[in-house]
Design a protein around this ligand. Structure first.
Ligand code: NAD
Length: 322
């Protein structure tokens, strides 16, 4: 019987499909140091980002056929080594795209209306200092009509572009590979109302100079250099709002703190940080920063999509190899 270890959990939607296919799925978490003893009994391991599947572990598991990552990034798996051993590595690109895009807008709306700060101050001062807080948060802004720079026009970037267009923003996209995309705007629950907009990408410099909001949707850059540092920030508009729901390190955090302190950057929405899981305290408590603890894909919908997409790939591949 095929045995699957879902070491970092699996959504019931995926679990059901695997069990219906007749596989044994074990959900009990095996500590990392015990995996070399336990994993050799399994055909498949499913992980999120917590479990590391490194070369030395893979080498001890000749029965292993698939390493499945519930999510996108494969930093915790030695992919090239696994593939050389004939083990397939699968992941779920796109499954959380809408959730991450909505979180990016959550931060944009929060910063545009000071909700992040209002939520911090109102519980303590709302009864005694209401009028002063009302004044403090009185210079909000609308998103409609503003220019949104979307850096990275892949799966998540596309959803951000779609949402920005639907809100009436002037959306400018940047990508190293993508030149143009026909973006369909979906009107809820209607079959016959649709709108399709052609979006062409523009040079990075042009977009960062023009944008009121800049949202990052690229992978970690291999060269270790931040995509947005002091030089790039200097080229941006006074009072720009920056959003990073992609990867910590894409924005140089020291340069960002300087720009937040000077007011050059009006606000930053951060879901990801350098040095996770211990982000800089100065960023966490900065009054111009809206923060969340890397929860881009943490919705019921995204997790169900991820579980289902993984299960379908595992079933298909096992049908081919077993
Ligand atoms: P994707 O591969 O579909 O798209 C990334 C795009 O970025 C590609 O089109 C690529 O050509 C482009 N790109 C790469 N480097 C670039 C550069 N320097 N300049 C311009 N374009 C560049 O990826 P995706 O699924 O859209 O994911 C985007 C990011 O979101 C990734 O970093 C991913 O790890 C992150 N992510 C975060 C969460 C979260 O929980 N916050 C969840 C899922 C994904």
């Amino acid at each position: 019987m095929i045995k699957i270890l879902a070491n970092d959990g699996l959504h019931p939607a995926g679990l059901r499909l695997l069990q219906q296919a007749g596989y044994q799925v074990d959900l009990e978490r095996v500590p990392q140091e015990k995996l070399p003893e336990v994993l050799p009994d399994y055909d498949v391991i499913i992980v999120r980002s917590a479990t590391k599947v490194r070369e030395d572990l893979i080498a001890r598991c000749p029965r292993l056929k698939i390493i499945a990552r519930a999510g996108v990034g494969l930093d915790n798996i030695d992919v090239a080594f696994a593939e050389r051993q004939g083990i397939a590595v699968v992941n779920t690109p796109g499954a959380s795209a809408v959730s991450v895009a909505e979180l990016a807008f959550g931060h944009m709306f929060a910063l545009a209306r000071y909700l992040h700060l209002s939520n911090r101050l109102m519980p303590a001062e709302g009864r005694t200092n209401f009028k002063a807080l009302k004044k403090q948060f009185s210079s909000g802004m609308e998103l409609r009509g503003r220019t949104l720079g979307v850096i990275g026009f892949g799966k998540i970037g596309l959803e951000v572009v779609r949402m920005g267009l639907a809100l009436g923003m002037n959306v400018l996209a940047v990508d190293l590979r993508v030149e143009e995309v026909q973006v369909d705007l979906r009107i809820y629950d209607t079959n016959n109302v649709s709108l399709s907009v052609q979006v062409c990408t523009l040079p990075f410099e042009e977009v960062i100079r023009q944008a009121d909001f800049i949202s990052l949707h690229v992978p970690a850059q291999g060269n270790g250099k931040a995509l947005i540092g002091k030089e790039e920030i200097a080229k941006m508009k006074e009072g720009v709002i920056l959003i990073n729901t992609a990867r910590g390190g894409l924005i140089d955090e020291e340069a960002l703190l300087d720009a937040l302190n000077s007011g050059k950057v009006r606000g930053a929405g951060l879901d990801v940080f350098e040095g996770e899981p211990r982000p800089k305290q100065e960023l966490l408590e900065h009054p111009r920063v809206s923060v969340s603890p890397h929860i881009g894909a943490s919705t019921g919908e995204a997790q169900a999509n991820i579980g289902q997409m993984l299960a379908e790939q595992i079933i298909k591949r096992l049908a081919g190899v077993s």
